[in-house]
Design a protein around this ligand. Structure first.
Ligand code: GDP
Length: 173
């Protein structure tokens, strides 16, 4: 059993910690503190009213801990792959993470692609269409959501959607 562990992956500085903190604690901080790994326990109320306890794992963005990242991927129930819409390099890293997930877990895993910092529209380097295309053509038709951890846009939707997807995928055919 993998429990209900949702794993948040993505390059350093894209806003993984900010998304998790905004979702769980309801605030945003502009100070930047690189994460090694933090795990939070939380209760999510689903659209049907039922509560589910989830663990949310905020991972390191850097490649300094490859063994740790593999372990997180092996233990995850669902995955959030985050890039920042103002950072092309972070978008390139999405494919790398997707490849690692499919290598370790196959392609039938619940994944949501997230373009964070949607409030930085003027500095945007990755278009919504480009991201949709990767989600569809490369990432097995996964869902794409744009978020702003800063202004709390689509943040709770993202975690609820991922859990819904994980629940749907565990139904027998
Ligand atoms: P992580 O390394 O992926 O966990 O990234 P952090 O959550 O630490 O965020 C990195 C930086 O981006 C911090 O300075 C945050 O304040 C900033 N940031 C995170 N999310 C947003 C967002 O939605 N909009 C803007 N404008 N800045 C953000």
């Amino acid at each position: 059993m993998r429990g209900n562990k949702l794993v948040v992956l993505g390059a350093g500085g894209v806003g993984k910690t900010s998304l998790v903190v905004q979702y769980l604690e309801g605030f945003f901080s502009s100070s930047y503190k690189p994460t090694v790994e933090d795990c939070y326990r939380h209760t999510i109320q689903m659209p049907d009213g039922i509560f589910h306890t989830v663990e949310i794992l905020d991972t390191a963005g850097s490649h300094h801990f490859p063994a740790m990242r593999e372990l997180s991927i092996r233990s995850g129930r669902g995955f959030v792959i985050v890039f920042s819409v103002d950072d092309k390099q972070s978008f390139h890293e999405v494919t790398e993470l997707w490849n690692l997930i499919t290598k370790l877990r196959g392609s039938q895993v619940p994944v949501i692609l997230v373009g964070n910092k949607s409030d930085l529209n003027k500095e945007r380097k990755v278009s919504e269409a480009e991201a949709q295309e990767i989600a569809k053509d490369v990432m097995n038709n996964c869902r794409y959501i744009e978020t702003s951890a800063k202004y709390n846009v689509n943040v709770s939707q993202l975690f609820v959607q991922l859990l819904l997807q994980a629940k749907a995928m565990e139904q027998p055919p």
